[in-house]
Ligand binder design. Sequence first.
Ligand code: SF4
Ligand code: SF4
Length: 499
Amino acid sequence: MANSGTLRVAGWMVAAMWAVTAVVCFFGAGSWLGQAVEGQDRSLISPWGGIVAIVFVLDALLLTWLWARRLGEPEGPAAERPTGMGRRRFLAGLATGVGGVVASLVATVGRISPWLTVTQPNIVVSTPTAADVPKPEWQGARVQAYRRLGRTDFEVSDISLGSTRIKGEVGEQIARAAIERGVNYFDTAPDYSEAGSELTLGRAMKGHRDRMFLATKFCTPHGNLPAGTSVAHYMEAVEDSLKRLQTDYVDLVHIHSCDTIERLMDENAHEAFDRLKQQGKVRFLGFSSHTPNLEAVADKSIESGAFDVMMLAYHHGAWPRLNDIVRRAREADMGVVAMKTLKGAKHQGLMESREEQDSYTQAAFKWVLGNDDVSCLVISFREPSNVDEYLHASGKTMSEADYRVLDKYDRLIAGKHCYQHCGACLASCPEGLPIDDVLRFKMYFEDYGDEREAMRQYAKLEVQADVCTGCAAPCANACPFDVPIPEATAAAHRMLSLG
Ligand code: SF4
Ligand code: SF4
């Protein structure tokens, strides 16, 4: 016979167990889920958080079952017991278990809720990928200029094909058209379109491989390879790329989206490159970077002398030290490939004027190629019409009209976004928040689509923008470019923190 006092205590213990389980799910399973959503190669994420969470859920379920069974046992003399009372109490006990499981699931998903509220609008409200009304003079545009890619000695098309979103029949059609119009540098990676990009380019290059310069990345279709990955794993990643690309060799392999010196100089990556080179499977080594540590990583690459090519975020009016880095790279005879050339691709800002929106990409390209130290730019081709639109800028120099278009773009984004990262506002914050860094990471997340790096860098900050909650905001008018700092930092915190 169950004692009601004992059962009450047991009930509190069950409730406490579910509360602890929900916390474990938030930090354990939720953390695992967060890393997966960030884009890390899942086979390289520790499963222990998820395993511990599952063990807690099973234990809590067992405890709830035992308690519910006791609840269903007779209490008091049979004559005084209402009919069906035991069954009802048993079912009520089980309902507690169901509620606990639901609470654990909510806690797990709650950990990644910022992704649901932030990333989704980014996906739905995508930037235009092609001009609405292609101009007749763009039709049939071809590559007009080739530039030497540093010590690789290869003459590459000044406007080259990035393939982040390329896949399938349309992708193949775009890549073939680009080859026919003179594009001879393809940039791909295993994690672009989950290997779809490499497969598509492999098909498109048939019969043309000899005259192409082909770059891929040390990476798997599931994400980057962290420092310390085994030599065998690095080599296997490239060999898998070769199969997908239907080729015996790639000209260039990059350390992908490199944010740290540790990854840049990982001995295993360099050993793998040397062995692959001896086997004739790769020719040159490079790295790509568009992260907050871009400058430090680029400096180290030049100093090390180990890299033939660098691929960097480079666009009008940002990264003040970049011109110096690019110049020193060229002096070291490294090839310099520009990416992220559209300065956040805030085309929506120019939607007020369709005519200028249509020419913004070309003006931005001409600005980048106006620097002779840049070997070429890589731009993501997404629509067949991009071939005409993008290649029309090849070999051309900036006109007065182009400067006006870029100025207008800057004016339209001014006061809305912090692109200067000048730090003029820092002294206004009594909390010591690194406002420039916070807003830079927001830009990486929001505009560059580099959510993983943005969140990783934000997580490293000693002071985060949660300090803005309840602050009287003396920073409100501190930005000479009229960036609404309190609103921007609050939005950044919602976007960049996982809980
Ligand atoms: S918010 Fe304004 S003042 Fe602060 S770093 Fe950005 S541009 Fe400079
Ligand atoms: S609102 Fe944020 S950034 Fe502005 S002063 Fe307060 S804590 Fe600093």
